[in-house]
Design a protein around this ligand. Structure first.
Ligand code: GMT
Length: 381
């Protein structure tokens, strides 16, 4: 099968999921074409069966914003036509679902047929997608997609609650490559980060307000008063400067490392003892799943799809996003009890196994086939 994948090429979760999905499909013999404005962050080196098409909106003095949507639609038309794609799979509804529809209509006017599947990731429905400046386009894009998937039951329900949706939504959860994300032979960083055996606490995100990195810092501060620890903050974004200031105020800079964007997250997770994710909203929480796979118990907020990933009292603890005292208590209870910490570690890995890549990719394959069947039938009627 020849498939086109559209996503944000940045370090965001939706781009990571889209890229890993494409890579796995290519291993299985699919011909995969990524169509994005930059090479996706996780798409490195030459890979058989994988092609990359860059979208370059032409600039012109009249434009304050180069019209990316039109450039993407035109590129999709070109790639579908000349690479003879069977299917387009777009990740993140804004603007990809509506652009997919536009490309489909242009191709239809030329006598060609291309089904479009949209995967909803989270903020395309919640924080951003339900804003009146995008909502009508999001709803239209969902309803005009030939197939729609959501990364958690919670996200599916939010979509149904917030939009008038006619298309059936299939839940296909995010997945993890356990061969890459594990603790095996990866302890080389440990000594450099915690020279005196301090606990290592970690957080990764895009440092946006919704991630509540301030509460990560506060929880760390509380834990560190009792147990010598180091905090690794991985990622970057608008809140980073405020977080640096907060660390200065709390006088903990010597124990906090801002590592910026990192490719080898698994190497850092593999030496960590605890992962903290107190987001206000999180449709799935891929970062939490990556931590669990590396046997790192997760203390997260009890919101969105996180309870589908982190089992409270089993491989981590779920608290309200602002319950920093509860998170500190939970963290201290784990770190003070080596047996419990070990049990949670093992449970974390077991929980991650539920989302093993080899279990989830076939769900996408089966879904592609069902959409292709449905749409080709519809076209012959
Ligand atoms: O909003 C973000 O944090 C980035 C966003 C993305 O699309 O890159 O993440 C969303 O998609 C991820 C992959 O499916 C999910 O793991 C995240 O939970 C989700 N973020 C939110 O819902 C806030």
């Amino acid at each position: 099968m020849k498939i086109g994948i559209v996503c944000y090429p940045t370090y965001g979760g939706s781009g990571v999921v889209a890229t890993e999905l494409g890579i796995q499909l290519a291993h299985k013999g699919f011909e995969v074409h990524f169509i994005t404005y930059r090479r996706p962050a996780r798409l490195t080196g030459f890979q058989k069966n994988i092609f990359y098409h860059e979208v370059n909106p032409v600039d012109y003095p009249l434009f304050e914003y180069p019209p990316y949507d039109s450039a993407l639609a035109s590129k999709l038309v070109d790639v579908v036509t000349y690479e003879k794609l069977d299917l387009l799979h777009v990740h993140y509804a804004i603007p990809h679902a509506t652009v997919g529809y536009l490309a489909k209509m242009i191709l239809k006017s030329r006598g060609m047929h291309i089904p479009v599947i949209t995967t909803l990731h989270g903020t395309d429905i919640t924080l951003v997608g339900n804003d009146p400046s995008y909502a009508p386009a999001v709803e239209f894009g969902i309803n005009e997609s030939d197939g729609v998937t959501a990364v958690s039951e919670h996200l599916k329900q939010s979509t149904l609650d917030q939009f008038s949706v006619k298309t059936e939504i299939k839940v296909i959860p995010n997945f993890i490559d356990l061969k890459r994300f594990n603790r095996k032979n990866k302890s080389h960083f440990k000594k450099a980060i915690s020279p005196d055996g301090e606990f290592i606490i970690m957080h990764t995100s895009n440092f946006r307000k919704v991630k509540r990195v301030d509460n990560v810092v506060r929880v760390f501060h509380g834990i560190q008063k009792i147990y010598p620890s180091k905090l690794l903050l991985v990622g970057d974004g608008p809140e980073r400067i405020n977080m640096e200031n907060l660390c200065r105020e709390l006088k903990i800079c010597q124990d906090v490392r801002f590592l910026g964007k990192q490719d080898a997250i698994e190497e850092l997770l593999a030496v960590s003892d605890l992962f903290i994710l107190p987001s206000e909203s999180e449709s799935f929480g891929l970062a939490a799943l990556e931590a669990l796979a590396c046997e790192v118990p997760v203390i997260s907020s009890d919101v969105g799809g996180l309870p589908e990933v982190v089992k409270d009292g089993y491989c981590g603890f779920l608290k309200q996003p602002d319950d920093t005292d509860g998170m500190i208590k939970a963290g201290l209870s784990l770190l003070s009890n080596p047996d419990q910490l070990e049990t949670f570690r093992k449970n974390a890995r077991k929980q991650a196994e539920e989302f093993e890549i080899s279990k989830i990719i076939p769900e996408y394959e089966a879904y592609y086939h069902s959409v292709l069947e449905k749409t080709s039938l519809a076209n012959t009627i």
